[in-house]
Design a protein around this ligand. Structure first.
Ligand code: NAD
Length: 423
Protein backbone atom coordinates (compact mmCIF):
# COMPACT_ATOMS: atom_id res chain seq x y z
CA UNK A 1 0.00 0.00 0.00
CA UNK A 2 1.11 3.55 -0.44
CA UNK A 3 -0.03 6.53 1.51
CA UNK A 4 1.24 10.06 1.72
CA UNK A 5 0.49 10.97 5.28
CA UNK A 6 2.44 14.15 5.78
CA UNK A 7 4.15 16.64 3.53
CA UNK A 8 7.92 16.40 3.49
CA UNK A 9 9.92 19.54 3.94
CA UNK A 10 12.63 19.69 1.30
CA UNK A 11 15.27 21.99 2.75
CA UNK A 12 17.51 21.79 -0.31
CA UNK A 13 16.65 21.66 -4.04
CA UNK A 14 16.88 17.94 -4.88
CA UNK A 15 17.80 18.47 -8.54
CA UNK A 16 20.68 20.76 -7.59
CA UNK A 17 21.84 18.08 -5.13
CA UNK A 18 21.56 15.36 -7.80
CA UNK A 19 23.59 17.44 -10.28
CA UNK A 20 26.25 18.22 -7.67
CA UNK A 21 26.48 14.48 -6.88
CA UNK A 22 26.94 13.74 -10.59
CA UNK A 23 29.72 16.33 -10.97
CA UNK A 24 31.52 14.79 -7.99
CA UNK A 25 31.20 11.29 -9.52
CA UNK A 26 32.61 12.68 -12.76
CA UNK A 27 35.69 13.96 -10.92
CA UNK A 28 36.32 10.82 -8.84
CA UNK A 29 35.88 8.45 -11.81
CA UNK A 30 37.52 10.76 -14.38
CA UNK A 31 34.49 10.80 -16.70
CA UNK A 32 34.60 13.16 -19.71
CA UNK A 33 33.13 16.50 -18.54
CA UNK A 34 31.24 16.75 -21.87
CA UNK A 35 29.41 13.55 -20.99
CA UNK A 36 28.73 14.76 -17.46
CA UNK A 37 27.28 17.90 -19.06
CA UNK A 38 24.93 15.77 -21.20
CA UNK A 39 23.90 13.60 -18.23
CA UNK A 40 23.27 16.65 -16.00
CA UNK A 41 20.12 17.49 -17.93
CA UNK A 42 16.86 15.62 -18.29
CA UNK A 43 16.11 14.54 -21.86
CA UNK A 44 12.45 15.45 -21.82
CA UNK A 45 9.78 16.72 -19.46
CA UNK A 46 6.13 17.60 -19.69
CA UNK A 47 4.04 19.71 -17.37
CA UNK A 48 0.31 19.07 -17.64
CA UNK A 49 -2.80 20.57 -16.17
CA UNK A 50 -5.32 18.02 -14.96
CA UNK A 51 -8.87 19.35 -14.58
CA UNK A 52 -10.94 17.01 -12.41
CA UNK A 53 -14.67 17.04 -11.63
CA UNK A 54 -14.87 16.81 -7.86
CA UNK A 55 -17.66 15.02 -6.01
CA UNK A 56 -19.21 18.34 -4.89
CA UNK A 57 -19.67 19.48 -8.51
CA UNK A 58 -16.71 21.86 -8.57
CA UNK A 59 -13.71 21.48 -10.91
CA UNK A 60 -10.19 21.38 -9.47
CA UNK A 61 -7.17 21.80 -11.70
CA UNK A 62 -4.14 19.78 -10.57
CA UNK A 63 -0.61 20.12 -11.89
CA UNK A 64 1.33 17.05 -13.02
CA UNK A 65 4.76 16.23 -14.42
CA UNK A 66 6.44 13.40 -16.28
CA UNK A 67 10.17 13.65 -16.81
CA UNK A 68 12.54 11.33 -18.68
CA UNK A 69 16.14 11.77 -17.65
CA UNK A 70 17.93 9.37 -20.01
CA UNK A 71 17.24 6.53 -22.46
CA UNK A 72 20.76 5.53 -23.51
CA UNK A 73 20.34 1.98 -22.11
CA UNK A 74 16.64 1.45 -22.92
CA UNK A 75 13.15 2.87 -22.34
CA UNK A 76 12.81 5.05 -19.29
CA UNK A 77 11.34 3.69 -16.07
CA UNK A 78 10.19 5.34 -12.88
CA UNK A 79 7.37 5.82 -10.42
CA UNK A 80 4.55 8.32 -10.17
CA UNK A 81 4.23 10.25 -6.93
CA UNK A 82 1.00 11.81 -5.65
CA UNK A 83 1.97 14.22 -2.89
CA UNK A 84 1.25 17.86 -1.98
CA UNK A 85 4.97 18.73 -1.99
CA UNK A 86 5.78 17.46 -5.50
CA UNK A 87 7.89 19.94 -7.48
CA UNK A 88 9.30 19.74 -10.99
CA UNK A 89 12.85 19.73 -9.61
CA UNK A 90 12.03 16.89 -7.23
CA UNK A 91 10.66 14.89 -10.17
CA UNK A 92 13.80 15.66 -12.21
CA UNK A 93 16.09 14.54 -9.38
CA UNK A 94 14.12 11.34 -8.88
CA UNK A 95 14.26 10.69 -12.66
CA UNK A 96 18.05 11.08 -12.65
CA UNK A 97 18.39 8.74 -9.65
CA UNK A 98 16.28 6.17 -11.56
CA UNK A 99 18.79 6.27 -14.44
CA UNK A 100 21.62 5.44 -12.02
CA UNK A 101 19.57 2.80 -10.20
CA UNK A 102 18.63 0.93 -13.39
CA UNK A 103 22.22 1.07 -14.65
CA UNK A 104 23.66 -0.14 -11.33
CA UNK A 105 21.27 -3.11 -11.32
CA UNK A 106 22.14 -3.88 -14.95
CA UNK A 107 18.58 -3.34 -16.22
CA UNK A 108 17.94 -2.28 -19.84
CA UNK A 109 16.22 0.93 -18.77
CA UNK A 110 16.85 4.63 -18.45
CA UNK A 111 15.32 6.80 -15.74
CA UNK A 112 12.05 8.71 -15.46
CA UNK A 113 9.67 9.95 -12.79
CA UNK A 114 6.23 11.50 -12.60
CA UNK A 115 4.30 13.41 -10.02
CA UNK A 116 1.01 15.14 -9.39
CA UNK A 117 0.62 17.87 -6.79
CA UNK A 118 -2.29 16.55 -4.77
CA UNK A 119 -3.10 14.97 -1.44
CA UNK A 120 -4.54 11.55 -2.26
CA UNK A 121 -5.69 11.14 1.34
CA UNK A 122 -8.20 13.93 0.74
CA UNK A 123 -9.54 12.64 -2.57
CA UNK A 124 -12.43 10.19 -2.90
CA UNK A 125 -11.91 6.99 -4.89
CA UNK A 126 -13.82 8.53 -7.81
CA UNK A 127 -11.79 11.75 -7.74
CA UNK A 128 -8.55 9.77 -7.62
CA UNK A 129 -9.63 7.65 -10.58
CA UNK A 130 -10.66 10.68 -12.68
CA UNK A 131 -7.41 12.45 -11.80
CA UNK A 132 -5.37 9.38 -12.77
CA UNK A 133 -7.19 8.78 -16.05
CA UNK A 134 -6.90 12.44 -17.11
CA UNK A 135 -3.21 12.57 -16.11
CA UNK A 136 -2.62 9.39 -18.14
CA UNK A 137 -4.41 10.90 -21.14
CA UNK A 138 -2.26 14.03 -20.91
CA UNK A 139 0.98 11.99 -21.00
CA UNK A 140 -0.28 9.19 -23.26
CA UNK A 141 2.08 10.04 -26.14
CA UNK A 142 5.08 10.01 -23.81
CA UNK A 143 4.55 6.61 -22.16
CA UNK A 144 4.43 3.07 -23.57
CA UNK A 145 6.21 -0.29 -23.25
CA UNK A 146 9.07 0.74 -25.57
CA UNK A 147 9.12 4.35 -24.47
CA UNK A 148 8.54 5.11 -20.79
CA UNK A 149 7.05 2.75 -18.20
CA UNK A 150 5.58 4.21 -14.97
CA UNK A 151 5.26 2.41 -11.62
CA UNK A 152 3.99 3.24 -8.10
CA UNK A 153 5.74 5.62 -5.73
CA UNK A 154 4.66 7.55 -2.64
CA UNK A 155 0.89 8.07 -2.70
CA UNK A 156 0.15 5.70 -5.59
CA UNK A 157 -0.51 1.96 -5.57
CA UNK A 158 -1.63 -1.00 -7.67
CA UNK A 159 -5.11 0.45 -8.03
CA UNK A 160 -3.72 3.62 -9.63
CA UNK A 161 -1.50 1.51 -11.92
CA UNK A 162 -4.58 -0.49 -13.00
CA UNK A 163 -6.33 2.75 -14.05
CA UNK A 164 -3.24 3.86 -16.00
CA UNK A 165 -3.08 0.44 -17.71
CA UNK A 166 -6.79 0.58 -18.55
CA UNK A 167 -6.76 4.17 -19.84
CA UNK A 168 -3.74 3.51 -22.07
CA UNK A 169 -5.20 0.20 -23.29
CA UNK A 170 -8.63 1.69 -24.08
CA UNK A 171 -6.93 4.30 -26.23
CA UNK A 172 -4.86 1.66 -28.07
CA UNK A 173 -7.83 -0.65 -28.53
CA UNK A 174 -6.19 -3.64 -26.84
CA UNK A 175 -4.56 -4.54 -23.51
CA UNK A 176 -0.99 -3.29 -23.27
CA UNK A 177 0.46 -5.06 -20.24
CA UNK A 178 3.93 -3.54 -20.60
CA UNK A 179 2.84 0.10 -20.25
CA UNK A 180 3.03 0.19 -16.47
CA UNK A 181 4.33 -2.00 -13.63
CA UNK A 182 3.19 -2.51 -10.05
CA UNK A 183 -0.18 -3.65 -11.43
CA UNK A 184 -2.47 -5.91 -9.37
CA UNK A 185 -2.03 -9.63 -10.10
CA UNK A 186 -5.46 -9.79 -11.73
CA UNK A 187 -4.33 -7.47 -14.54
CA UNK A 188 -0.82 -8.74 -15.25
CA UNK A 189 1.10 -7.85 -12.11
CA UNK A 190 4.06 -9.93 -10.99
CA UNK A 191 4.15 -12.13 -7.94
CA UNK A 192 6.58 -10.66 -5.43
CA UNK A 193 6.30 -7.07 -6.73
CA UNK A 194 4.48 -5.58 -3.71
CA UNK A 195 7.24 -6.43 -1.24
CA UNK A 196 10.12 -6.36 -3.77
CA UNK A 197 11.70 -3.10 -2.60
CA UNK A 198 11.86 -4.30 0.99
CA UNK A 199 13.06 -7.75 -0.09
CA UNK A 200 15.86 -6.17 -2.12
CA UNK A 201 16.83 -4.06 0.92
CA UNK A 202 16.91 -7.21 3.04
CA UNK A 203 19.14 -9.03 0.52
CA UNK A 204 21.46 -6.01 0.58
CA UNK A 205 21.58 -6.11 4.39
CA UNK A 206 22.29 -9.87 4.28
CA UNK A 207 25.16 -9.33 1.82
CA UNK A 208 26.55 -6.54 4.05
CA UNK A 209 26.24 -8.77 7.13
CA UNK A 210 28.41 -11.39 5.42
CA UNK A 211 31.13 -8.78 4.90
CA UNK A 212 30.96 -8.00 8.63
CA UNK A 213 31.08 -11.72 9.48
CA UNK A 214 27.71 -11.41 11.17
CA UNK A 215 24.28 -12.91 10.82
CA UNK A 216 21.16 -10.75 10.33
CA UNK A 217 19.79 -11.93 13.69
CA UNK A 218 22.69 -10.21 15.46
CA UNK A 219 21.52 -6.71 14.46
CA UNK A 220 19.15 -4.29 16.12
CA UNK A 221 17.22 -2.24 13.59
CA UNK A 222 15.29 1.05 13.57
CA UNK A 223 12.92 1.70 10.65
CA UNK A 224 11.41 5.07 9.74
CA UNK A 225 8.27 4.91 7.57
CA UNK A 226 5.72 2.11 7.79
CA UNK A 227 4.35 2.08 4.25
CA UNK A 228 5.20 -0.23 1.37
CA UNK A 229 8.95 -0.22 1.98
CA UNK A 230 9.18 0.23 5.77
CA UNK A 231 6.43 -2.15 6.86
CA UNK A 232 7.57 -4.98 4.57
CA UNK A 233 11.19 -4.47 5.60
CA UNK A 234 10.18 -4.64 9.27
CA UNK A 235 8.30 -7.89 8.63
CA UNK A 236 11.03 -9.49 6.51
CA UNK A 237 13.98 -8.56 8.72
CA UNK A 238 12.06 -9.54 11.86
CA UNK A 239 11.43 -12.87 10.13
CA UNK A 240 15.21 -13.24 9.75
CA UNK A 241 15.58 -12.86 13.52
CA UNK A 242 16.81 -9.25 13.64
CA UNK A 243 15.60 -7.18 16.61
CA UNK A 244 13.46 -4.30 15.33
CA UNK A 245 13.50 -1.82 18.23
CA UNK A 246 11.58 1.08 16.67
CA UNK A 247 9.26 1.81 13.75
CA UNK A 248 7.39 4.97 12.79
CA UNK A 249 4.92 6.56 10.41
CA UNK A 250 4.24 10.23 9.69
CA UNK A 251 2.56 10.71 13.08
CA UNK A 252 5.52 9.41 15.07
CA UNK A 253 7.17 6.23 16.23
CA UNK A 254 7.11 3.48 18.81
CA UNK A 255 10.21 2.17 20.61
CA UNK A 256 11.05 -0.81 22.75
CA UNK A 257 14.76 -1.53 23.34
CA UNK A 258 13.88 -5.19 23.90
CA UNK A 259 12.25 -5.39 20.46
CA UNK A 260 8.93 -4.42 18.91
CA UNK A 261 6.40 -7.17 18.27
CA UNK A 262 6.39 -6.57 14.50
CA UNK A 263 3.34 -8.73 13.62
CA UNK A 264 1.41 -6.87 16.36
CA UNK A 265 2.60 -3.52 14.96
CA UNK A 266 1.43 -4.50 11.45
CA UNK A 267 -1.96 -5.57 12.79
CA UNK A 268 -2.28 -2.41 14.91
CA UNK A 269 -1.44 -0.16 11.92
CA UNK A 270 -3.92 -2.07 9.77
CA UNK A 271 -6.69 -1.68 12.33
CA UNK A 272 -6.03 1.77 13.79
CA UNK A 273 -4.38 3.37 10.75
CA UNK A 274 -1.54 4.51 13.00
CA UNK A 275 1.23 3.09 15.17
CA UNK A 276 0.17 5.33 18.07
CA UNK A 277 -0.96 3.35 21.09
CA UNK A 278 0.89 0.12 20.22
CA UNK A 279 1.15 -2.02 23.37
CA UNK A 280 4.54 -2.62 25.03
CA UNK A 281 6.25 0.31 23.32
CA UNK A 282 6.93 3.92 24.22
CA UNK A 283 6.16 6.81 21.88
CA UNK A 284 9.06 8.61 20.16
CA UNK A 285 9.06 11.42 17.63
CA UNK A 286 10.50 10.88 14.15
CA UNK A 287 13.41 13.17 15.10
CA UNK A 288 14.21 11.07 18.20
CA UNK A 289 13.86 7.84 16.23
CA UNK A 290 16.76 8.73 13.92
CA UNK A 291 19.03 9.08 16.95
CA UNK A 292 18.05 5.87 18.79
CA UNK A 293 20.76 3.34 19.67
CA UNK A 294 20.80 0.55 17.06
CA UNK A 295 23.15 -1.03 14.49
CA UNK A 296 21.04 -0.48 11.37
CA UNK A 297 18.93 2.60 10.73
CA UNK A 298 16.62 2.24 7.72
CA UNK A 299 14.97 5.50 6.65
CA UNK A 300 12.03 4.32 4.51
CA UNK A 301 9.82 7.45 4.33
CA UNK A 302 10.84 10.59 2.45
CA UNK A 303 13.92 12.59 1.45
CA UNK A 304 16.28 14.65 3.61
CA UNK A 305 15.64 13.21 7.08
CA UNK A 306 19.34 12.85 7.95
CA UNK A 307 20.91 16.26 7.49
CA UNK A 308 23.79 18.32 8.86
CA UNK A 309 21.53 19.04 11.85
CA UNK A 310 21.36 15.45 13.16
CA UNK A 311 24.02 13.38 11.31
CA UNK A 312 26.49 13.64 14.19
CA UNK A 313 23.90 12.24 16.61
CA UNK A 314 23.03 9.12 14.57
CA UNK A 315 24.08 6.08 16.67
CA UNK A 316 23.67 3.43 13.96
CA UNK A 317 26.81 2.03 12.34
CA UNK A 318 24.89 1.19 9.12
CA UNK A 319 22.27 3.22 7.27
CA UNK A 320 20.14 1.34 4.77
CA UNK A 321 18.39 3.86 2.50
CA UNK A 322 14.95 2.36 1.86
CA UNK A 323 13.72 5.81 0.79
CA UNK A 324 15.16 7.83 -2.06
CA UNK A 325 17.53 10.58 -0.94
CA UNK A 326 17.00 10.39 2.86
CA UNK A 327 20.62 11.47 3.59
CA UNK A 328 21.74 14.88 2.33
CA UNK A 329 25.27 15.22 0.84
CA UNK A 330 26.44 17.29 3.82
CA UNK A 331 25.19 14.61 6.20
CA UNK A 332 26.90 12.01 4.01
CA UNK A 333 30.28 13.63 4.70
CA UNK A 334 29.63 13.70 8.44
CA UNK A 335 28.60 10.03 8.44
CA UNK A 336 31.58 9.01 6.33
CA UNK A 337 33.99 10.82 8.67
CA UNK A 338 32.38 8.97 11.57
CA UNK A 339 32.78 5.60 9.82
CA UNK A 340 29.06 4.98 9.35
CA UNK A 341 28.45 2.61 6.41
CA UNK A 342 25.70 3.97 4.14
CA UNK A 343 23.98 1.47 1.82
CA UNK A 344 22.81 4.00 -0.78
CA UNK A 345 19.28 4.25 -2.19
CA UNK A 346 20.26 3.29 -5.74
CA UNK A 347 21.46 -0.06 -4.34
CA UNK A 348 19.37 -0.64 -1.22
CA UNK A 349 15.90 0.18 -2.59
CA UNK A 350 16.38 -1.06 -6.16
CA UNK A 351 14.41 -4.29 -5.55
CA UNK A 352 11.22 -2.55 -6.67
CA UNK A 353 12.50 -1.61 -10.08
CA UNK A 354 14.17 -5.00 -10.53
CA UNK A 355 10.86 -6.80 -10.06
CA UNK A 356 9.16 -4.10 -12.15
CA UNK A 357 11.58 -5.14 -14.88
CA UNK A 358 10.50 -8.77 -14.36
CA UNK A 359 6.85 -7.67 -14.56
CA UNK A 360 7.52 -5.84 -17.85
CA UNK A 361 9.31 -8.90 -19.28
CA UNK A 362 6.49 -11.24 -18.16
CA UNK A 363 3.89 -8.85 -19.62
CA UNK A 364 5.67 -8.64 -22.99
CA UNK A 365 5.92 -12.44 -23.12
CA UNK A 366 2.47 -13.00 -21.59
CA UNK A 367 4.14 -15.74 -19.55
CA UNK A 368 4.20 -15.48 -15.77
CA UNK A 369 6.71 -16.83 -13.27
CA UNK A 370 6.39 -18.47 -9.86
CA UNK A 371 7.08 -16.27 -6.81
CA UNK A 372 10.16 -18.32 -5.84
CA UNK A 373 11.54 -17.71 -9.32
CA UNK A 374 10.98 -13.95 -8.99
CA UNK A 375 12.62 -13.85 -5.56
CA UNK A 376 15.58 -15.99 -6.64
CA UNK A 377 16.26 -13.76 -9.66
CA UNK A 378 15.91 -10.66 -7.46
CA UNK A 379 18.38 -12.18 -5.01
CA UNK A 380 20.94 -12.80 -7.77
CA UNK A 381 20.71 -9.26 -9.12
CA UNK A 382 20.75 -7.62 -5.66
CA UNK A 383 23.79 -9.59 -4.49
CA UNK A 384 25.66 -9.06 -7.76
CA UNK A 385 25.09 -5.29 -7.58
CA UNK A 386 26.15 -5.27 -3.92
CA UNK A 387 29.38 -7.19 -4.67
CA UNK A 388 30.24 -4.94 -7.63
CA UNK A 389 29.66 -1.86 -5.50
CA UNK A 390 31.67 -3.26 -2.57
CA UNK A 391 34.59 -4.08 -4.85
CA UNK A 392 34.52 -0.64 -6.48
CA UNK A 393 34.42 0.97 -3.03
CA UNK A 394 37.55 -0.94 -2.02
CA UNK A 395 39.38 -0.25 -5.28
CA UNK A 396 38.63 3.47 -5.23
CA UNK A 397 38.87 3.78 -1.43
CA UNK A 398 35.56 5.63 -1.46
CA UNK A 399 32.05 5.39 0.00
CA UNK A 400 29.41 2.87 -1.06
CA UNK A 401 27.38 5.75 -2.50
CA UNK A 402 30.23 7.07 -4.61
CA UNK A 403 31.05 3.53 -5.76
CA UNK A 404 27.42 2.81 -6.72
CA UNK A 405 27.02 6.11 -8.57
CA UNK A 406 30.41 5.69 -10.21
CA UNK A 407 29.54 2.25 -11.57
CA UNK A 408 26.15 3.45 -12.75
CA UNK A 409 27.30 6.68 -14.38
CA UNK A 410 30.16 4.89 -16.14
CA UNK A 411 27.68 2.40 -17.61
CA UNK A 412 25.37 5.13 -18.89
CA UNK A 413 28.33 7.13 -20.18
CA UNK A 414 29.61 4.08 -22.04
CA UNK A 415 26.21 3.44 -23.64
CA UNK A 416 26.00 7.10 -24.66
CA UNK A 417 29.49 7.05 -26.21
CA UNK A 418 28.86 3.73 -27.97
CA UNK A 419 25.60 4.95 -29.49
CA UNK A 420 27.19 8.26 -30.48
CA UNK A 421 25.63 11.68 -30.48
CA UNK A 422 22.73 11.99 -32.93
CA UNK A 423 22.83 13.35 -35.63
P1 NAD B 1 4.32 4.80 1.29
O1 NAD B 1 3.48 5.97 0.98
O2 NAD B 1 3.77 3.43 1.17
O3 NAD B 1 4.89 4.91 2.79
C1 NAD B 1 5.52 6.04 3.28
C2 NAD B 1 5.56 5.91 4.79
O4 NAD B 1 6.32 7.00 5.31
C3 NAD B 1 4.21 5.95 5.47
O5 NAD B 1 4.19 5.03 6.54
C4 NAD B 1 4.15 7.36 6.03
O6 NAD B 1 3.35 7.44 7.20
C5 NAD B 1 5.59 7.60 6.36
N1 NAD B 1 5.93 9.02 6.43
C6 NAD B 1 5.51 10.03 5.64
N2 NAD B 1 6.06 11.18 6.04
C7 NAD B 1 6.85 10.89 7.08
C8 NAD B 1 7.66 11.65 7.94
N3 NAD B 1 7.79 12.96 7.76
N4 NAD B 1 8.34 11.01 8.92
C9 NAD B 1 8.21 9.68 9.07
N5 NAD B 1 7.45 8.90 8.31
C10 NAD B 1 6.77 9.50 7.34
O7 NAD B 1 5.61 4.98 0.37
P2 NAD B 1 6.66 3.87 -0.04
O8 NAD B 1 6.27 3.31 -1.36
O9 NAD B 1 6.92 2.97 1.12
O10 NAD B 1 7.94 4.79 -0.32
C11 NAD B 1 8.76 5.26 0.74
C12 NAD B 1 10.08 5.72 0.16
O11 NAD B 1 10.69 4.64 -0.54
C13 NAD B 1 10.01 6.86 -0.86
O12 NAD B 1 11.19 7.63 -0.74
C14 NAD B 1 10.00 6.15 -2.19
O13 NAD B 1 10.47 6.98 -3.24
C15 NAD B 1 10.97 5.04 -1.87
N6 NAD B 1 10.87 3.89 -2.76
C16 NAD B 1 9.71 3.19 -2.87
C17 NAD B 1 9.65 2.09 -3.72
C18 NAD B 1 8.43 1.24 -3.85
O14 NAD B 1 8.48 0.22 -4.57
N7 NAD B 1 7.32 1.56 -3.20
C19 NAD B 1 10.79 1.72 -4.46
C20 NAD B 1 11.98 2.44 -4.29
C21 NAD B 1 12.00 3.52 -3.43
Amino acid sequence: MTTAEAPSHLRENPFELAKAQLRRVGEVFAIDPNLIGVLSQCKKGVEVSIPVSMDDGSINVFLGYRVTHNIARGPSKGGIRYHPDVTQDEVKALAMWMTWKCALMGLPFGGAKGGVICDPKHLSRGELERLTRRYTSEIINDIGPERDIPAPDVGTDGRVMAWIFDTYSMNKGHSVLGVVTGKPLSVGGSLGRVEATARGAMYTIQAMAQKQDKRVDEYTVVIQGFGNVGAHLARLIHGQGAKVVAVSDSRGGVYNPKGIDVPAALAHKQEAGTLEGLANAEAVTNEELVELPCEILAPCALEQVITERNADRVKASVICEGANGPVTPTADHVLEDRGVLVLPDVLANAGGVVVSYFEWVQGLQEYFWREEEVNAKLHDISVRAFEETWLTRERQATSMRMAAYGLAVQRVAEATTTRGLYP
